[in-house]
Design a binder for this molecule. Structure first.
Ligand code: GLY
Length: 584
């Protein structure tokens, strides 16, 4: 969160606001054994958390300082972000958590939302067969069964060392006592205010009587969310799926024509899967298998670039951008053709990552000419929300967690289950929306990712843990819908193939190509205004954009034992480190 200046007390009718405080100017905190420091780029021999928000990062670091491990800290950070970063931090959404404990145990927790039993492939079609795009974006129809609480609970049962309530209660306190509204929170709410206003439960929490979000600097209290978190702390995760919180969610869905039922909540289970291992650039990248497309797509992009000797190509040179875009174009074509929920679709993961496939994709790239995306298949594209969030965690023993979770779009379906304070996701919008219909405007109708009861929509969330030998050296991830894969892919090329400084790798402009639209997106910088023309000469359509992703990164040096914990500054992210206790 950005440091906020003094603000006058504003008493709004619907909002719960209280006296604003003066935030002190940031100063470099000294290293105190067992102490906690907060910043954006810190080095420690202890543990640390990097995320979009320094209040939530601090919650995680306090858990580390209290003796918790990386999974404990990740869970506490995740609950805290549901309060401090409601655009994407959540209880009402889902995501993926990759874990590698200090003893080398690896796990991939899939807590993606699932489609309720009443959902069919025609979810977003009206009675006349017309596609209703707005149903996929806002309102109760797009809500999948939330997985976050079950996912955190499953990770806690397997690896947690501190009591569940200890990990939930810091978030409860933040919700009860309030957080200072910063510019990011104010602006993100302002962008969706008109949609939130249509849902009385959401409007009562996030808007005042005039439909405005709380101003910068006021303290923003979320009483219903605090109550929900207290129930979760006291009664455990079952409260969300079978307790009073579940009852409130089900009642809200019934009242608003949603499809999610008590039975859907009751049968939801987070799944533990085996991480994919991608051998690239002398490292092993641990990544999510389907229903995230990240592992397969990253394996193809990085494998193709390794075959095209990207390590010998200057980062962000014309040749680099061309090769990167061509590799990504091919991976996204395979993504659309083959990937979906592995419990419903036979996904040929091994074939897609086989040497033969990577060799042929690499060989198909013309060194100085763009391949039209149409040459790789029919025009397909799937718009995805960009408002996800990622956090990376390391504990003092070397255990690491990479967690990415989401409500799909910013503030999800823009509805709150009345009485819970819980924003609900619009994740069902990640399914292919009109069976059999694909077009250049963004519709995709291929079978692997059509909606079905109990099915998980395909995701691009890309938490990664990178090993050198048998030791973790990088923990990373980002929001950004389909651009996530390329934010993480570009970061890994810089770090693993080019040995870039982590700060420079985070800062450099990012590149995205997603097959369709057949266009390269590049973050605009003062020195790249000519790139559309230069890359245009190779046949690329280039769009310079303001921002791609928001990656949060930890880089571990196995030789010195140092851990560099870095937040992306694009959304003014924060890190908190727990320095080792004296004598450790
Ligand atoms: N909803 C964004 C993703 O799952 O990738």
């Amino acid at each position: 969160m950005s440091a906020s200046r003094c603000a006058t007390l504003v008493v709004a009718t619907a909002l719960v606001v209280a006296t604003a405080c003066v935030a002190p100017e940031p100063v470099a905190a000294p290293i105190v054994p067992g102490g906690i420091r907060v910043g954006q780029d810190l080095t420690t021999f202890g543990g640390g958390v990097a995320c979009v928000d320094r209040v939530a990062a601090r919650v995680g670091a306090e858990i580390l300082a209290a003796g918790g491990n990386a999974v404990d800290a990740a869970i506490a950070t995740g609950f805290a972000l549901a309060v401090t970063h409601p655009a994407a931090g959540n209880l009402g959404g889902g995501g993926f958590m990759l874990v590698r404990t200090a003893d080398g145990t690896e796990a991939a927790f899939d807590y993606r939302e699932v489609a309720p039993a009443a959902v069919g492939a025609d979810l977003f079609l009206d009675d006349a067969g017309g596609y209703r795009a707005e149903w996929a974006r806002t309102g109760h129809r797009a809500v999948g069964v939330p997985g976050t609480v079950a996912g955190f609970a499953r990770a806690h049962a397997r690896f947690g060392s501190l009591p569940w309530a200890t990990l939930v209660l810091p978030a409860e306190r933040l919700a009860r006592e309030g957080i200072l509204v910063d510019e990011d929170l104010n602006e993100s709410l302002d962008e969706v205010a008109a949609q939130l206003a249509r849902n009385p439960a959401a409007a009562a929490i996030f808007l005042d009587g005039e439909g405005r979000p709380p101003p910068v600097g006021v303290r923003f209290v979320q009483r219903d969310l605090a109550r929900t978190l207290r129930r979760l702390a006291k009664n455990g995760p079952a409260e969300f799926y079978r307790g009073e919180v579940a009852d409130l969610i089900v009642a809200d869905m019934a009242e608003h024509g949603g499809l999610l039922t008590a039975e859907d909540l009751d049968v939801y289970r987070a799944v533990e899967r085996l991480p994919l291992r991608l051998p690239v650039f002398g490292h092993q990248v641990l990544a999510m298998p389907p229903p995230s497309s990240a592992g397969v797509a990253l394996g193809q992009i990085l494998g193709v670039l390794e075959r095209r000797s990207i390590d010998e190509v200057e980062s962000m040179s014309l040749e680099f951008v061309h090769l990167y875009a061509e590799a990504a174009r091919r991976a996204f074509a395979d993504r659309a053709a083959f990937l979906g929920d592995p419990d419903f679709v036979d996904v040929p993961v091994a074939d897609l990552l086989a040497d033969a496939r990577l060799d042929s994709l690499a060989a198909s790239i013309d060194g100085w000419r763009a391949t039209p995306s149409e040459d790789l298949g029919p025009p397909l594209a799937l718009p995805e929300g960009t408002d996800t969030t990622h956090f990376s965690v390391v504990d003092r023993w070397g255990g690491v967690v990479a967690n990415t979770y989401t409500l799909e779009q910013s503030y999800g379906a823009k509805v709150v289950a009345a009485g819970t304070g819980v924003l609900l996701n619009n994740e069902l919008g990640d399914f292919n929306r009109v069976p059999g219909r694909t077009d250049r405007e963004g519709l995709i109708g291929t079978a692997p990712n059509l909606a079905a009861p109990g099915k998980r929509p395909l995701s691009s969330m890309s938490p990664v843990i990178v090993l050198r030998g048998d030791v973790p050296v990088v923990v990373a991830g980002s929001p950004g819908g389909r651009t996530i894969i390329n934010t993480v892919g570009g970061l890994l090329v810089d770090l693993l193939a080019h040995g870039a400084d982590p700060g420079e790798a985070l800062a450099r402009p990012r590149v995205h190509h997603g097959w369709f639209p057949d266009r390269i997106q590049i973050e605009a910088r003062p020195d790249n205004a000519s790139w559309p023309e230069l890359l245009g000469a190779l046949g690329h359509d280039v769009k310079l954009v303001k921002r791609l992703g928001d990656a949060h990164l930890i880089v571990l040096d196995p030789r010195t034992g140092e851990r560099r914990v870095l937040a992306d500054t694009r959304l003014d992210g924060g890190v908190a480190v727990a320095d080792p206790p004296a004598g450790s």
